[in-house]
Ligand binder design. Structure first.
Ligand code: HEC
Length: 108
């Protein structure tokens, strides 16, 4: 059917380029959210926006206290995260917001 509607090659090429460029852009923009990011956005943003992490009197002052806060909050909402999850989320918050020198829990 519709033989006459076959697109001319250049048009197809342009369209294809546009589509794949868009696909690439999307893929790199969202490139695999880290586990920490997924955990945080799933369980933690309900109560606080990133605003909270920027406030003046922050309770997290270095890697250790940030991790302690993450541990505290996951326990508070009964998530029962294990150590690797606590570290992943700490890393996510640290990479995106706090930027403390990571003084512990280095990737092996
Ligand atoms: C029930 C609401 C609620 C949930 C759910 C919650 N938080 Fe919080 N979080 C707060 C409030 C309120 C504060 C500020 C506490 C204060 O000022 O004493 C806070 C503070 C923090 C801080 C310290 C910020 C700073 O630098 O002062 C961190 C880190 C944090 N939360 C991480 C998490 C993580 C990780 C999760 C998910 C496991 C989570 N929170 C889930 C309400 C929540």
């Amino acid at each position: 059917m519709a033989r006459g509607s076959v697109r001319s090659k250049p048009a197809v090429a342009v369209l294809w380029a546009a589509v794949s460029a868009a696909a690439c852009a999307t893929a790199s923009a969202q490139s695999a959210p880290s586990r920490g990011e997924l955990l945080y956005t799933t369980h933690c943003v309900a109560c606080h926006s990133t605003q909270l992490h920027w406030r003046e009197r922050r309770q997290a002052t270095d890697w250790g206290t940030l991790k302690a806060q993450v541990r505290h909050w996951q326990a508070r909402v009964l998530l029962n995260w294990d150590e690797p999850d606590v570290i992943e989320v700490t890393r996510h918050l640290n990479d995106t917001i706090y930027r403390f020198p990571q003084t512990g829990d280095h990737r092996s």
